[in-house]
Design a protein around this ligand. Structure first.
Ligand SMILES: [Zn+2]
Length: 393
């Protein structure tokens, strides 16, 4: 997993500045207290105090100084212990000088391990709330640690450490979507945290009944009769209506998904087309999968975003998205199953969408270029190159 640090300017409100000042004060206090304890311990025993040794001092200290409980997120103090023990390791390995006491006149900081979220143009910080932020680029991945700092000009910054899935310039839509195309549901979309199902529109059924009726009528007409020509025209109208409403639906759906994302991963349609089941083949062509993938492709391309098509040999529905166990068989009529290895209960389509997304990410991370992408392919003309981590450096 690649780690990436992003430093952004943040704009806390006056109330938030006060809360941050308190939290930074607590961390500074704890750093200095702990550093002093380590120095004392050295003088007395010749030994340092470990990180857990430091953390063990905290409960009593919080009783003595109750503001260590109220004014700061407890994880922030533990992160300070970690930073201090790392500072000592660096000192002993001759990579850094002896850790120094922190002054309130210098740069201040407080760290938040794991509980921070990025929500739109805000960073959500425990005990502080939503803080306005300016992002120049967006990263997709798990947020590990966020350190909020204040410099001598009273400017606030957040350094966010991500376990990276990908990164993008200009964050309009920042998701990687895996899409499984289906028949009961038209598209099953996984964005890494949730799965959405998009139904085949119901009004198609209505059109199809109409179509069948008009086809029957036409069949009963005499050849070269006037009424036959009339019936032909009526039938053509129904066809046009179906095709318009299908296109309309596919345009809207592909537009919404494109707005939401930077990369969309789908299975190569040849896979689906290879199914030698006549009924299924008709359903597939009716759904307009090919049209949909085309719409996605050019909409994404116009915005410098990317479509990745996964290779036909990738068994998206047979693999457990949780533990990667591969089933021998997965007949089409099985909609739900339990992984024999990790006991995870799967919805067939959701599991496939998750696998497709993961495979797309794997391709982006490991291969970077369409030509070398062994496990998948990229539509001609779509430069997956730009997705390589060159952006991030
Ligand atoms: Zn499993």
């Amino acid at each position: 997993m690649i780690r990436q640090v992003q430093k952004i300017r943040i704009y806390p409100t006056n109330a938030q500045q006060l809360q941050l000042a308190k939290a930074m004060g607590c961390c500074r206090f704890w750093w200095n207290y702990a550093l002093n304890k380590i120095i004392e311990s050295y003088k007395e025993t010749g030994k340092s105090l470990s990180r857990s040794g430091l953390n063990a001092l905290l409960p009593n200290l919080k009783k003595e100084f109750p503001w260590l409980k109220t004014d700061v997120y407890s994880q922030s103090l533990q992160q300070t212990s970690l930073n201090l023990s790392r500072a000592f390791i660096n000192f002993f390995q001759k990579r850094a000088r002896f850790p120094r006491f922190k002054s309130k006149h210098r740069k201040q900081s407080v760290a938040f391990p794991q509980s921070v979220k990025v929500e739109g143009d805000y960073v959500k910080i425990p005990k502080i709330g939503l803080v306005k932020a300016v992002f120049e680029r967006r990263y997709v991945g798990k947020i590990k640690t966020v350190t909020v700092s204040k410099d001598s000009c009273n400017h606030y910054f957040a350094s966010i450490i991500y376990e990276l899935e990908a990164c993008f310039i200009n964050g309009k839509g920042d998701k990687i979507l895996g899409i499984d195309l289906g028949i009961k549901d038209f598209a099953i979309v996984n964005d890494g945290s949730k799965t959405s199902k998009y139904k085949n529109p119901k009004h198609f059924d209505k059109h199809y009944k109409n179509l069948a009726r008009k086809q029957k009528k036409l069949a009963r007409k005499k050849l070269d009769s006037n009424s036959r020509n009339k019936a032909k025209k009526l039938l053509a109208k129904v066809h046009a209506r179906i095709s318009n409403s299908r296109q309309d639906y596919l345009h809207k759906l592909s537009r919404n998904l494109t707005n939401d994302s930077q990369v969309i991963v789908v299975e190569n349609l040849n896979v689906k087309g290879m199914v030698r089941n006549h009924k299924l083949a008709k359903a597939i062509s009716d759904c307009g999968w090919g049209m949909f993938v085309n719409f996605l492709s050019y909409k994404l391309k116009r915005e410098d975003k990317h479509l990745i098509e996964i290779d036909r040999w990738f068994a998206s529905s047979k693999i457990c998205s949780n533990c990667l166990y591969q089933m021998d068989k997965m007949p089409l009529d099985i909609r739900e199953w339990t992984c024999p290895s990790c006991q995870t209960k799967h919805d067939r389509d959701e599991n496939a969408a998750k696998n497709i997304r993961a495979e797309g990410i794997r391709i982006v991370q490991s291969e970077g270029t369409p030509d070398s992408a062994r496990g998948g392919s990229v539509r001609p003309g779509l430069g997956i190159m730009t997705l390589s981590f060159g952006y991030c450096r």
